[in-house]
Design a protein around this ligand. Structure first.
Ligand code: CA
Length: 239
């Protein structure tokens, strides 16, 4: 039996970061009924993993989570993306409201909330964010093109065969083409926030990526090493 079918257009991919199942379960069911694609993460660590796996359109973020404060994640998201964030909190004071919005949250709801009201706010935030500059999803720098959602990359029109990590490293560097990306930023963005290993792993993947970009030690090209700091992506044909 074929399982192929035409799926209705999603109203949006949502990441719901909430540790209380009594809230997240009925809420995510309600979101699914409204045509959204919700994914629930119950900790900050799970949320970070989900953010890497999928590209949600919006994050609903609880303030108090078992492994930390939702505001940490809001801060990280704001530093690295335009992903809309709606904060969920049990604390209703004006102070928290201000702090939440100062972090760049797009909206704020206080528990206990009415699901219909939150859904209306999600729609409003998505509508507003859709009017912003779209995130560049196909990055071009010199002779290298990276299609982030499709996870494909090309060198002078030839598709590259990259491992998952090599792709992540290339996409991260290409996103900031011409700028220095520190080793620390690469490690935390491509691997994990809770990184305890040596950065040898990064060197191994970087060497493999450079080989695939047609570089050798005598012909430095696309990825410049900035000694003691990190790397700069400056492909051929880029100023
Ligand atoms: Ca909580």
């Amino acid at each position: 039996m074929s399982t192929a079918q035409t799926l209705p257009k999603s109203a949006g991919r949502l990441l719901l970061v909430e540790d209380e199942e009594s809230i997240s379960e009925p809420f995510s069911r309600a979101l699914a009924r409204e045509g959204f694609e919700p994914v629930v993460a119950s900790t900050l660590a799970e949320a970070r993993a989900c953010l890497k796996e999928r590209e949600p359109d919006l994050v609903l973020l609880d303030l108090r989570l078992p492994d930390g404060d939702g505001r940490e994640l809001a801060r990280e998201l704001r530093a690295s993306s335009q992903l809309p964030v709606i904060m969920i909190t049990a604390r209703g004071s004006e102070v928290d409201r201000v702090v939440g919005l100062e972090l760049g949250a797009d909206d704020y709801v206080v528990k206990p909330f009415a699901v219909a009201e939150v859904i209306a706010r999600i729609r409003a935030v998505l509508r507003r964010s859709g009017q912003r500059e779209p995130r560049p999803e196909r990055l071009s720098a010199g002779d290298v093109t990276v299609d982030v959602p499709a996870r494909r990359a090309w060198l002078a029109g030839e598709e590259l065969s990259l491992t998952r990590k090599e792709f992540d490293v290339l996409a991260r560097l290409a996103r900031n083409a011409g700028e220095v990306v520190t080793r620390e930023d690469l490690m935390s963005d491509v691997w994990d926030e809770n990184w305890f290993g040596s950065t040898k792993t990064l060197d191994v993947h970087m060497a493999a990526l450079r080989r695939k970009l047609g570089e050798d030690s005598n012909a430095p090209g696309h990825i410049q090493t900035v000694r003691g700091v990190g790397f700069r992506f400056a492909p051929a044909g880029e100023e």
